[in-house]
Design a protein around this ligand. Structure first.
Ligand SMILES: [Mn+2]
Length: 430
């Protein structure tokens, strides 16, 4: 593939680091073996793990104040897929791409399917967009979409979701993610009950169109774009939706869509227990829905989320099959570098959660030994698992150091020459 990073660059970068990696891996393997952990087993699980990349993530984001475009930004979904392929080539952790309609709409879907196959990428959940108006659409979403007071607007929003399912079916996707920006900015502006009734009725029409082997994920968000109330504002409402819709409906947890300090790992545990955890949008935040890079602010929280996931995986929790995806906005970094780093942070949290001594933890919980219980988690979190991640990448054909290898390749400068800068541009985050 001409757009991929050349084997000679990749090999040269890996050769420089391989000896040190093998030493570090052997040393970590010894330390883990003293704790009764087989490093090879952990590495195999990490190697098999994947987190999907959102197509919109490879574009530069912005705030409502401004957007500062980067060099060589992808112009369309085909460029985006090429950037996503670089992320997968170097990290071996992002085999699937999640599309967004209408941003990624093409006239010939088979061309898109072929491009994905040629780049070795699969298609993850489809994302609908009824939070902004597409050019020429009959009814505006300014005052809502699936919960809109006007029946024709709701019908248009339902129809759009059915189109997303149809496109996804042709691409091999198996899920639809629905996030709506519906809500209100003023007390009294909308009737909480009526708007939620209308939303549920519309979502039932979407649900009815799901193919047999598909799932629908609904995503809650506390605020924004509506600043007073949001129709799907929290995990409780999200759970009610999943219950109302039926067995193919699940809740999606976006880490940034909660108030600061909310115990997200506990929400995850609840949704697992009641078989309604659909998946994740990973990112990080400091104040609100900042959409910062995953693990950049609170890697311990990310670890605690994965601790719940590995706990469920270990005990074989029924119906447990969450979809993992990144969803973040890159305003000041090269999006490819941010997405690679974030994918690796997710893998790191997974590896750290895998080495938690679960039998010991269970014992301390049983004995109410709070200090030793929390130290058991800390012992895993403090372990530098980087050699496991790097070895999994190397053996999978990726890079020991993805960001350094990417920089050495000159990929960004190359595409900057091929892709003329575009002013503004679409793309955002949900
Ligand atoms: Mn999201």
């Amino acid at each position: 593939m001409s757009t991929m990073i050349g084997k000679s660059v990749l090999d040269a970068e890996n050769e420089r680091r391989e000896k040190a990696l093998r030493d570090d891996y052997a040393s970590l393997g010894e330390r883990l073996s003293r704790r009764g952990i087989d490093i090879e087993a952990i590495k195999r699980k990490v190697a098999a793990y994947g987190v999907a990349v959102p197509s919109w993530g490879v574009g530069t984001g912005g705030t409502r104040f401004a957007r500062f475009p980067g060099k060589g930004e992808p112009r369309n979904i085909f460029d985006k897929l090429e950037d996503c392929a670089i992320i997968q080539q170097l990290t071996r952790a992002t085999p699937n791409v999640s599309l967004h309609i209408p941003w990624d709409k093409v006239s010939d879907i088979s061309e898109l399917r072929q491009k994905g196959a040629a780049l070795g990428l699969g298609f993850d959940a489809m994302n609908s967009n009824t939070f902004s108006d597409a050019p020429g659409q009959a009814h505006s979403y300014k005052f809502g979409s699936l919960s809109h007071s006007d029946a024709a607007t709701r019908a248009q929003a339902v129809e759009h979701n059915l189109e997303c399912i149809d496109i996804g079916r042709q691409l091999g996707s198996k899920a639809l993610t629905v996030w709506v920006g519906d809500g209100s900015n003023f007390p009294g502006q909308s009737n909480f009950t009526k708007s939620f009734e209308r939303y549920l009725e519309a979502m039932k029409a979407v649900y009815a169109a799901l193919p047999e082997d598909w799932r629908v994920f609904t995503e809650h968000k506390m605020f924004e774009p509506a600043f007073y109330s949001t129709v799907v504002q929290d995990w409780g409402t999200n759970y009610l939706i999943a219950q109302e819709l039926g067995p193919k409906a699940f809740c999606l947890v976006d880490l940034g869509h909660h108030a600061p300090n909310v115990n997200i790992e506990m929400i995850v545990a609840r949704l697992i227990q009641f078989k309604k955890l659909g998946g994740f949008h990973f990112n990080d935040s400091k104040y609100g829905d900042d959409d910062l890079d995953t693990g950049s602010i609170d890697p311990y929280r990310l670890f605690l989320v994965f601790n719940e996931l590995v706990d469920a995986e270990t005990r074989g929790a029924e119906g447990f099959d969450p979809a993992h995806m990144l969803d973040q906005s890159h305003n000041v970094t090269d999006p490819i570098e941010s997405l690679m780093t974030s994918a690796m942070e997710v893998c790191r949290a997974y590896a750290q959660a895998l080495i938690v001594d679960r039998a010991a933890l269970d014992g301390f919980q049983q004995e109410n030994d709070a200090l030793m219980a929390t130290e058991t988690l800390k012992a895993a979190f403090r372990t530098d698992v980087e050699p496991i991640l790097a070895m999994a990448r190397l053996e999978g054909g990726g890079a020991i150091a993805p960001v350094a290898t990417y920089r050495a390749s000159g990929y960004r400068a190359k595409v900057a020459g091929e892709r003329p800068a575009v002013a503004g541009g679409g793309g955002g985050i949900v």
